[in-house]
Write a protein that binds this ligand. Sequence first.
Ligand code: GLC
Length: 628
Amino acid sequence: MEGRFKQHRGRLHHALHRLYGHGAGFDGWFAQLCDDMADRFAARSPELRALDRSRLAQPGWFTSPQSLAYSAYVDKFAGTLRGVEDQIPYLKSLGTTYLHLLPFLRAREGPNGGENDGGFAIASFDEVQPALGTMQDLRSLTAALRRDGISLCTDFILNHVADDHIWALAAKRGQGEQGQDSYRDYFHLFDRVQDTEKFANHLGQIFPETAPGNFTFVDDLQAWAWTTFYPYQWDLNYSNPRVFADIALALLHLANQGVEIFRLDSAAFLWKREGTNCMNQPECHLILQALRCVVDIVAPGVLLKAEAIVPVNELPPYFGAGEALGAQCHLAYNSSLMTASWLSLAEQDADMVCRVMQATPRLPPGCAWLTYVRCHDDIGWNVLRPELQDEPDGGDVRLARAANFFAGKTPGSYATGASFQARPDRQVHGTNGMTAALVGISSAKTSQQLAHAFARLKLMYGLAMSAGGTPLIYMGDELAQGNDHRPACAWPLGADGRQLHRPDFLKSAAVVPASNAATALVVLKNLIAVRKSLPDMAADCATTLLPTNTTRVLAFRRGERLTVVANFSDDSIPLFQAVPGVFENGSIFHDRIGYTRVDPSFILAPWQMVWLMPTSACNNQADPMETP
Ligand code: GLC
């Protein structure tokens, strides 16, 4: 660690000095932090230190076409952490290299059946939720995954803690109220409601229906706490250096259990500033830069992933900018691309995907997007506002139309999702539902409807797998699992509606041949296998949009030779007319995911996606899978 400490100490000091240097005692605090980091390094196992060294020797290891992420709930997927270990062969059969397990640390024990925002209200960073296992199980799982080439990713919920976390309990007790040790300073507390008002007017609403507002009066504190999400999730006060230090050390402790990737939850909200929406503040980036230095020094095999659900034009700083270019998060969700793909599907027009791709910059080396179709959250429509700013109504009508379409409210809609946190006809917010429900697999009545629905599944996942980045499969999508309509999804746990797309995982072993589940598995495995065989799919290969004659079709090139074309409509469209440039050099292609020859007479079927390689480049290359 000595060498790395020398290498990165200056950067760490610089970022932290800008955040905390004005306070008395900064030097002593910084020295203590460095000592604590050294202790964490001392506790790091030889195996993990070896991993660090191998990752340092291969920077950008996660940007290759081999990378594939899978996201699952421990209990719904496999019961417990031990159960997840038993599922490793299944994960490997999919080609998974990175497993994101949704929160498994001890969560809030609250009233009303333990409301804890799906585990995102953390009561302890150092304990596993008892029903899911123990820290020993976690170490065993990370080691077993690592043996099979899979990195474990955990949610690291650093913006807030539950109101029964020890810091919150200490604040409630008023512990050390006057002195250094006051835990009230771990939170943003206001004595008078008037003091919150100067912020409130500028803030957005995450759960406007079930948790309106951003402040909660807490009797035990006799103060208003800043609660961006649910009232029981108290935002941490990062202007207090002790919060930064405790959070950094908690992260390192988890890294020492073998966690390799940290999904930095709600990363955009870490710093509050009057007169702003308190997102993406410069200090928020300094905090993330400092955290990156901490892992670069102590556990350089670890990756940081920003969960900043903000428009794509606000995302580049999460990878670092200026002197810190490439020195912040390694990965970030491209939620605009995800949301745009759903809007384009509803509109049967690829224009929005094109706009987002145009606004998506090429990333610094060693960084990658996380590309996805669905996750455990809703599809949040508002990230597309910048792309819609030229619309007279700022995009309200288009977004509302899409939301209604996916809620199945539009005549002829094949989708069976549900609107989220949106009062009927009043505001656009989000949409819930599993992919199979949103693309129409769940509702298909005829074989033609089913074929079209599967084409849409292939189109959506094909885009996530080809647009540039590490693609993520959300648990159950590979088996075309539909929505969860059980009564258990009702209040209190399902009040925010996202339970709709959090069903128990259909055990893959129970998949019936020729069922929708079996078909979906073939479709996704085929995309994955082909992607892995194509070097141009690496996250750092350039993505270049190609001009088309119709906005119903999207076309882009990856690297030098791979051309991706997608028909977002239910029309059959001659490829030559839609994208004449494709055939410019007289090339004939092979569609790597459809196993057909593609020449100028080729017709794109409704919702068809093709991955074209010149036939000359395909000679002697066996297809990795049988035709589905
Ligand atoms: C993230 C999570 C979401 C959670 C929120 C608050 O956005 O993905 O599920 O509700 O953070 O922790």
